[in-house]
Design a protein around this ligand. Structure first.
Ligand code: NAD
Length: 292
């Protein structure tokens, strides 16, 4: 392997340490940040994600509540539940674990979350802010990618970023964040023709597809930075990304592993967004320097 490994676990730890201090400062100012996570049904992967998020909160002093609701819940009941959380002063952030069971409308439920508690940043208004200006709650996975690059001293300004995937939670907000920082952005997706050719033109290649080992080494321009967002479970139970790591790491200048790359950053950014939501209640702000 010739590429530098971008160690998301280590970088996320750096953010968590910082957030721990900020949580303590907020608590001293009388605000104990609180996150409510709502999970509907019994999807095992979602349950693992939710448990990890709750644990991460507790590890830095954020109060977390997990609400496990039955898959038989109706749309109206779920929205009423979210509205109760909207009105709860101890809850600063609300996250509804997606995807919801088929009879529920993900979008309608997200739209029922109070704008200033939308710590996933998926509400139409916060997505709109992200496109036009700046969202108070940038979506955690793409924001985690940006913070990881910044932490490693990798500028996107003037670079060509190619993003594979156009989902609302990763691909599209990733493109907006890259654009804002001065990248020229190409978004590829399932209908893209000549995908490998597009990828070979990338200075920064972000894969968010959901297909194991999909991006091959000869799709990577020598010296490119490769960010692997994908999380795929193989038949033997192990996890792997969307990028063929063994091949791509021979060509790239820097690359994220799976696991231990983007995943830990996503959770760290959720903590940051929750702190920001709590700080805003008191007219405070959380920034690089701390609580102000
Ligand atoms: P999604 O299914 O909503 O979107 C996948 C995207 O890939 C689509 O836009 C589709 O057009 C594109 N695509 C599918 N097949 C393609 C092909 N053959 N060629 C080119 N593009 C193709 O998925 P998502 O929610 O954006 O997640 C993508 C991956 O990232 C998944 O593996 C998911 O588990 C992972 N993920 C990881 C984190 C994290 O914290 N690391 C967070 C969110 C998602």
């Amino acid at each position: 392997m010739s590429a530098t490994l971008i160690d998301g676990k280590r970088i996320a730890e750096h953010f968590r340490e910082r957030y721990k201090l900020q949580t303590a400062k907020l608590a001293a100012a009388g605000v104990v940040p609180g996150l409510a996570v709502v999970i509907v049904g019994d999807d095992p992967a979602s349950q693992v994600y939710v448990r990890n998020k709750a644990r991460a909160c507790e590890s830095i002093g954020i109060r977390s509540q997990v609400h496990a609701l039955p898959s038989s819940i109706s749309q109206a009941e779920l929205i009423a539940f979210v509205q109760k959380l909207n009105a709860d002063a101890e809850v600063h952030g609300i996250l509804v674990q997606l995807p919801l069971p088929g009879h529920l409308d993900d979008r309608a439920v997200i739209e029922s979350i109070a704008l200033d508690k939308d710590v996933d940043g998926f509400h139409y208004a916060n997505m709109g802010r992200l496109v036009i200006d700046e969202s108070p709650f940038p979506p955690c996975t793409p924001y985690g990618v940006m913070q990881m690059l910044r932490h490693e001293g990798i500028s996107v300004d003037g670079k060509h970023a190619v993003i594979i995937g156009r989902s609302n939670i990763v691909g599209k907000p990733q493109a907006m964040l890259m654009l804002k920082e001065g990248a020229t952005v190409t978004i590829c997706h399932s209908r893209t023709q000549g995908l490998a050719e597009h990828c070979r033109r990338a200075d920064i290649l972000v894969a968010a597809v959901g297909r194991a080992n999909f991006v091959r080494g000869d799709w990577v321009k020598p010296g490119a930075v490769v960010i692997d967002v994908g999380i795929n479970r193989l038949g033997d139970g192990t996890l792997c990304g969307d990028v063929h790591f063994a091949e791509a790491s021979q060509v790239a200048s820097a690359i994220t592993p799976v696991p231990g790359g983007v995943g830990p950053m996503t959770i760290a950014m959720l903590l940051g967004n929750t702190l920001r939501a709590a700080a805003r209640v008191r007219g405070l702000s959380i920034d690089e320097a701390g609580v102000a």
